[in-house]
Design a protein around this ligand. Structure first.
Ligand SMILES: [Fe+2]
Ligand SMILES: [Fe+2]
Length: 438
């Protein structure tokens, strides 16, 4: 990150933490011209912020600092146990028989280079939700790995990649993660950079095998090519990254369910619809976990009237967006147009395979009647189709559309992409945003 043109928000995190927890420089901190900014042995706090942020530093800040009460493999293990104990749902997702040997043990044996321990400590103290998220993802991914009978070396890599996977976000402006308003393309691009930021600092350490840094780089890639930052597909997405992505999906689905206020769809159903993006082998153990979660949640009273009203509105929105794409002449945008029509065909294929006619939502819901199970299944399908449209629009914008072209100069297809994204955002669909920020 170029600290001259754009201050690194990480410096703010570090100096703010220094006000409440002792951070000391272990060497002189120099700028890129060799000027000594902070002498070795200096206590770091917010009074040094201006001095540090105005210069491009010679070495990453993590190399030059020591923090009291830093994260250790043992404290990670303790935090993982605490998280499991405080989140009954997470505990339910993970089979008891796996917990100690297969899931917690790899976490307790992670190798922490001092610089990574420092960064992780800053994350724990300044961004506890992100720290807990990374532990949660590591736990769920290790649960899948236990089902797949991965070797202890593979599980060790997975635990390490899981614990570091979103650390790149510590270098991004915290306001990017405020989900109340839609992000501009430029802001979205910043979020898309977080796997690369983490990859670049991890690859500096020979002790972290490239399997780990590659997996961190790829944790938002998807098998169907719909992910970022490179749009990799199939076997190019390494197994550790697949498991991290699938673990993330489970947490996103649960969050959406909580945010929607009532139980509109089952976790297991949404997972099934995502088999193509994450791979059958990866998704199957998660479906088992999801069934346990769904079973426990099914005691929650449901309101099928509200569910059906919401569902009908969602179907209308989806049909409107899909029809909007059909009327567009795509001359001049061949590559982008091919990408979009390819993905939209998959969306329509999902409806056809399930025998659902989206064009007549009221009739369809009348046939379903008050069958809660059928409403839930249909909702899962519609939700997933919307999610695919949304991620297609975002990927196309990311790959082919230049930042902030004035509306009057946008191609019709670009306009459609922007409108689809905004319509879905205002209808409350922020699922990919949630994934990005987790
Ligand atoms: Fe991420
Ligand atoms: Fe994440």
């Amino acid at each position: 990150m170029d600290s001259l043109t754009q201050p690194d928000p990480y410096i703010k995190h570090v100096t703010t933490l220094g006000d409440i927890q002792q951070i000391v420089s272990t060497e002189d901190i120099l700028n890129d011209e060799g000027v000594n900014l902070v002498k070795q042995g200096t206590r770091i706090d917010s009074s040094l912020y201006e001095r540090l942020v105005r210069h491009k530093l010679l070495r990453p800040l993590d190399n030059s600092l020591n923090v009291e009460n830093a994260v250790t493999p043992l404290s990670l293990l303790t935090d993982a146990k605490r998280l499991l104990a405080s989140e009954p749902e997470l505990e339910r997702a993970i089979d008891d028989s796996f917990i100690q040997r297969d899931i917690l043990t790899p976490l307790g044996t992670i190798h922490l280079e001092p610089q990574m321990a420092f960064k992780l400590t800053v994350c724990r103290e300044q961004s506890i939700d992100r720290y807990n998220h990374m532990i949660r993802i590591a736990l769920v991914a290790l649960y899948i790995a236990a089902h797949l009978r991965w070797s202890s070396v593979e599980r060790h890599d997975l635990a390490t990649a899981g614990i570091f996977h979103d650390l790149g976000e510590m270098h991004l402006e915290p306001t990017l993660f405020d989900r109340s308003k839609p992000l501009t393309l430029a802001q979205r691009r910043q979020i898309y950079s977080h796997p690369t930021i983490a990859y670049l600092f991890l690859r500096e350490f020979p002790t972290y095998h490239p399997r780990i840094s590659f997996a961190v780089h790829q944790h938002h890639e998807r098998l169907d090519g719909s992910g970022y930052p490179k749009g990799l597909a199939g076997d190019d997405v390494v197994p550790v990254a697949r498991l991290l992505g699938a673990a993330e999906l489970l947490t996103v689905i649960r969050l959406e369910q909580k945010n929607s206020g009532n139980r509109l769809f089952s976790t297991a159903e949404v997972l099934k619809l995502n088999t193509e993006r994450f791979g059958c082998e990866t998704i199957l153990p998660l479906i088992e976990a999801a069934k346990r979660i769904d079973k426990a949640a099914s005691t929650t009273p449901q309101n099928s009237v509200t569910n059906k009203t919401t569902l009908q509105a969602r179907m209308r929105l989806l049909v409107e967006i899909l029809q909007g794409a059909k009327g567009i002449d795509v001359d001049g945008d061949e590559e982008m147009a091919a990408f979009i029509s390819n993905h939209l065909e998959r969306v329509e294929g999902m409806a056809n395979r399930c025998g659902v006619d989206l064009n007549a939502p009221a009739e369809l819901l009348a046939i379903i009647g008050d069958d809660d199970q059928a409403v839930s299944e249909l909702n899962a399908l519609v939700q997933e189709m919307i999610f695919l449209v949304q991620s297609t629009a975002r990927e196309a914008l990311r790959r082919w559309v230049k930042d902030e072209i004035p509306e009057q100069d946008q191609e019709p297809l670009t306009k459609w992409l922007r409108n689809a994204e905004l319509a879905l955002h205002s209808a409350g669909f922020q699922s990919e945003g949630v994934t990005e920020t987790l």
